[in-house]
Design a protein around this ligand. Structure first.
Ligand code: COA
Length: 172
């Protein structure tokens, strides 16, 4: 297993490869300009983890001024401002893990587990609540790390071809 090297916000390099990872499953994957906008709005809440210099995992998070899962915006579009991340509220009480994606050839190497663990460790003392805005298919991935289902979000990614229904899962 190789070491992961983390880069945040403007320091994210090799952006075309980072975007390629997002394109693999995100039906809202950004182009270069949109990704720059996302980083401009959310800064270090956008993370890329590199293996031997190449992007391997991308984690996009957002801060919100909410305290309960019931207050979570019900769709990806409302949560992220149509993918711009202009809805990010620095100083909010809750951090939301929105999208975690591993490059397909690197899956099954514990990288997603390690990136999630790293993010939760960083956020634990900074936020009152840590939630996810997940596709329902990620339920076991988060439950295995101690999260519980706080709310079901049917049709939360209405533009997504295969993962329309979602869940809010809560770590803290
Ligand atoms: C889900 C995903 C991030 C896992 O990445 P990975 O680096 O292969 O994951 P890891 O090797 O760290 O394994 C993490 C766990 O996820 C499980 N897992 C692997 N692929 C999975 C998938 N497609 N869906 C759900 N869980 C999956 C593994 O069995 C493992 O479980 P364990 O810790 O209980 O053994 C990856 O399959 C992916 O990018 N999928 C597309 C995007 C997606 O659905 N993201 C979900 C979160 S938003």
């Amino acid at each position: 297993m190789s070491r992961l090297f983390y880069r945040y916000d403007e320091r994210i390099t090799n952006r075309p490869s980072v975007i390629e990872i997002l394109c693999e499953w995100e039906s809202y994957a950004p182009d270069n300009n949109q990704f720059d906008t996302r980083i401009g709005n959310a800064g270090e809440y956008i993370t890329a983890a590199y293996v031997l210099g190449d992007p391997a995992v991308v984690l996009e998070t957002i801060a919100l001024d909410i305290s309960r899962a019931e207050e979570m915006p019900p769709t990806f579009e409302e949560l992220t401002g149509n993918g711009t991340w202009k809805t990010h509220k620095p100083g909010g009480k809750t951090v939301v893990l929105v999208d975690l994606t591993t490059a397909p050839p690197l899956r099954g190497n514990e990288y997603a587990n390690r990136v999630r663990h790293h993010a939760i460790e960083r956020c634990w003392n900074l936020y009152e609540h840590i939630m996810t805005f997940s596709p329902a298919s990620a339920k076991n991935f988060h439950m295995n790390a101690g999260a519980y289902v706080a709310r079901e979000l049917p049709n939360s990614r209405p533009l997504h071809s295969t993962r329309r229904d979602g869940l809010v899962m809560q770590y803290k």
